[in-house]
Design a protein around this ligand. Sequence first.
Ligand code: UT7
Length: 311
Amino acid sequence: MNAGILGLGRYLPEKVVTNADLEKIMDTSDEWIRTRTGIEERRIAGDDMDTSDMAFEAAKEAINHAGVSAEDIDLILVATVTPDRPFPSVSCMLQERLGAKKAAAMDISAACAGFMYGMITAKQFIETGAYKHILIVGVEKLSKITDWNDRNTAVLFGDGAGAAVMGPVSDGRGVLSFELGADGSGGKYLLQEGDFISMNGREVFKFAVRQMGESSLNVLEKAGLTKEDVDLLVPHQANIRIMEASRERLNLPPEKMTKTVHKYGNTSAASIPIAIVEELEAGRIKDGDLLVMVGFGGGLTWGAIALRWGK
Ligand code: UT7
C-alpha cells in the first residue's frame, strides 16, 4: 500500500506586514531584507487567532479537499513549535473542534522540518494498513516568540498554517522515498531562549544549503530517479538564497521551484504545504508529476520526500 496526499488546505492571517512597516519599528531596510532573504512581506495573526485557530482553518480545507469527513480521520499530527500552550496539544484541541471522534492525536516538535516528519510518520501507519486517513498540519504563530527588537530574526518570520490529509493511493503514486535526520549538536544555532527565538543566521545558512541539496539528491537516488525526473522542487521557504542553492544543486530552471517566501516570509512547519496548495491552485501540478519536498529547521532537523503526485 502506498501513502499519498488526498487533499490539502492552508490558512494565512489577513494582516500584511511589509518591509516598509518594519523599517518604522527597527533599524532595517527594505533593500537589506529583500536582497538577503527575498522577503517582501509576511502575514501576522491577531490576538484573536492562536495556533490552534489557524490549524483548524487549514485542516477544514484539507478535509474538504480530500473528500472525506472529520469522522474518517484516524490520526491527527500537528507539527508546531508555537502551540497555544504546552498541553493539551494543538492536535487534541483540533480533534475536538473538528469532531474527529475516532482520531488519535499528537504534536510533533521538529521546527521547520515538522511537516516532513509528520508526513513520514503518517506514511508508516498508512502503509502498514493500521490507519487509513491521517491529518497532518504544519502551523506556526511565530510572532508570539519573535523579539521585535532583534532585527536578526524579526524580519524573517510569518504566521500561517498548511494541512494535508494522507491516505492510501494507487501503485506508483504517493511517497516514493524519504530521508529524515537530526543533529542535536547544532541546537545552539536556532532555539527559543527565554521567551524569544535566538539564531546564529550564518551557521543555519551554511547547514541549510548543504543539507537541502544533499537530502534532495538522496531521496532521488533512493527512489531510483535522477535530477532530470523532477517536475517541481518544494523547498522550505526560509530564504530565497538557500532555496536557489537547492534548485541549482538539482539543475532545475526557476519555474520548477515553488516560491512563496516573498509574500509570507518563513512560516516554519507551514511553508511546504502552503507552497503546494498555491502551486495546485495555479494549475502547475498535474497527475504523475514528481515533487521533491525538502525542509530543515531548529534542532537541527531535516527531511525530504520524493512524491509522485496523484491518487
Ligand atoms: O527555518 C530556518 C530559519 N532560519 C534561517 O533560515 C536563517 C538562515 N540564515 C539566513 O537566512 C541569513 O544568515 C540571514 C538572512 C539571517 C542573514 O544574512 P547574512 O547574509 O548571513 O547576513 P549576516 O548575518 O552576515 O549579517 C550581515 C550584516 C550584519 O552587520 P555587520 O555585523 O556586518 O555590521 C548584521 O548586523 O547585516 C546586519 N543585519 C541587518 N541589517 C539590516 C542583520 N539583520 C539585519 C536587518 N536589517 N534585518
